[in-house]
Design a protein around this ligand. Structure first.
Ligand code: CAA
Ligand code: NAD
Length: 318
């Protein structure tokens, strides 16, 4: 029987479990591919829980940007962890950053990793190519994981060998990673139970709460969140209300921490567009769904490079 109260208890229980789970997780070295908003957050949280992390991106400039995101976020965490002790705060930030190496060499980074988490842009071809490279370089027993928002894990893994497919899953983190407690652990039909168990132990070990789910479009959260955000965009296109009023309505009328337009800007309009276009064109069971049909408003903003908070402009200006 499902009891609503068991959900409310899940977070404190998982927190209590975190320290033992850290000891149980056999994974020590983690490679994170893509040092943007998500990859830098994943690298930061893994390093804060004593993992040795290599963060990989296409250029030194992108890596430095990712390091900047981590330093800023760690500063916020440190202030809460060591209130009124500036020295302890900077020691903590330095110590965590010290466990993150930066690299543009994907194969070298994957070569010694027990877990590889890919968080590059939401593009199937790019992800398939990345995983082909990772499969060639990572130790045989490494777990390969994608942080994709919307692409089927089995599709990303399609070009891989049967053995690699058994060790490939989705690990879907939420933005901002240091603050959001959930990680969806996405199991394909091919994934071994032990791999799912190890991934769950890793997630608990970094202080997060896992939700295991099947490999279907949008997993749990995005399957519910994207229809909601796209309905908001359609309201705007029909001129029902302004982004500000729609956001205010959902925050004050439904208790959401952010309104749908603030959320789209926060996630990145390019990512939102990749998700809905992908589902509309070829999403399993969602292809042709009117809800995910191209949105003129979204297309226009993305075309202009107004991708949200990360570029300083989206539905709002920052
Ligand atoms: N690093 C570290 N800590 C952070 C942080 C960051 N980047 N961002 C926020 N925080 C912490 C703050 O330090 C603060 O902590 P305390 O409460 O302990 O003091 C807390 O988060 C709240 O932050 P603020 O007071 O600055 O701001 P806020 O109250 O407006 O909260 C928010 C900010 C946490 C982002 C909140 O607005 C929120 O939860 N928004 C919804 C986020 C959401 O829905 N994310 C999921 C997006 S969908 C997705 O990720 C999946 C996908 O595939 C697209
Ligand atoms: P982002 O644009 O902030 O960062 C993407 C990073 O990937 C960039 O730094 C880019 O240089 C790098 N990159 C591109 N090609 C690469 C390659 N070949 N090798 C290594 N790095 C490469 O994007 P993001 O918001 O961090 O999203 C990353 C992934 O996480 C996407 O799959 C997205 O769908 C998913 N995701 C996003 C969110 C969100 O709220 N933004 C939440 C959960 C999951």
């Amino acid at each position: 029987m499902f009891r609503p109260s068991s959900l409310a208890r899940a977070v404190p229980r998982a927190r209590a479990f975190a320290s033992t789970a850290a000891a149980q997780s056999a994974i020590r070295r983690v490679a994170v591919i893509g040092g943007g908003q998500m990859g830098s957050g994943i690298a930061q949280v893994a390093a804060a829980h004593k993992h040795d992390v290599t963060l990989v991106d296409v250029s030194q400039e992108a890596l430095e940007r990712g390091k900047g995101y981590m330093a800023k976020s760690l500063g916020r965490v440190a202030k809460k962890k060591f209130p009124e002790d500036a020295q302890a705060q900077s020691r903590f930030v330095e110590e965590v950053l010290g466990r993150v190496s930066l690299s543009t060499d994907l194969k070298a980074a994957a070569g010694s990793a027990g877990l590889v988490i890919e968080a590059a842009v939401e593009n199937i071809k790019l992800k398939q190519e990345l995983f082909a490279g990772l499969a060639a370089a990572a130790p045989e027993d490494a777990i390969l994981a994608s942080n994709t928002s919307s692409l089927p894990i089995a599709r990303i893994a399609a070009p891989l060998s049967a053995e690699r497919k058994r060790r490939m899953i989705g690990l879907h983190f939420f933005n901002p990673v240091p603050q959001m407690k959930l990680v969806e652990v996405v199991r394909t039909d091919e994934a071994e139970q032990q791999v799912v168990d190890d991934a769950v132990a890793f997630v608990k070990g970094i202080g997060k709460v896992p939700a295991v789910c099947k490999d279907t479009p949008g997993f749990i959260v995005n399957r519910l969140l994207l229809p909601y955000t796209m309905e908001a965009v359609r309201l705007l296109e029909r001129d029902v209300a302004s982004p500000r009023d729609i956001d205010t309505a959902m925050k004050l009328g439904a208790g959401y921490p952010m309104g749908p337009f603030e959320l789209c800007d926060y996630v990145g309009l390019d990512t939102i567009k990749f998700i809905v276009d992908g589902w509309h064109k070829e999403g399993q069971g969602l292809a042709g769904d009117k809800l995910f049909a191209p949105s003129a408003k979204l297309d226009e903003l993305v075309k202009k490079g107004h991708l949200g908070v990360k570029t300083g402009r989206g539905f709002y200006e920052y």
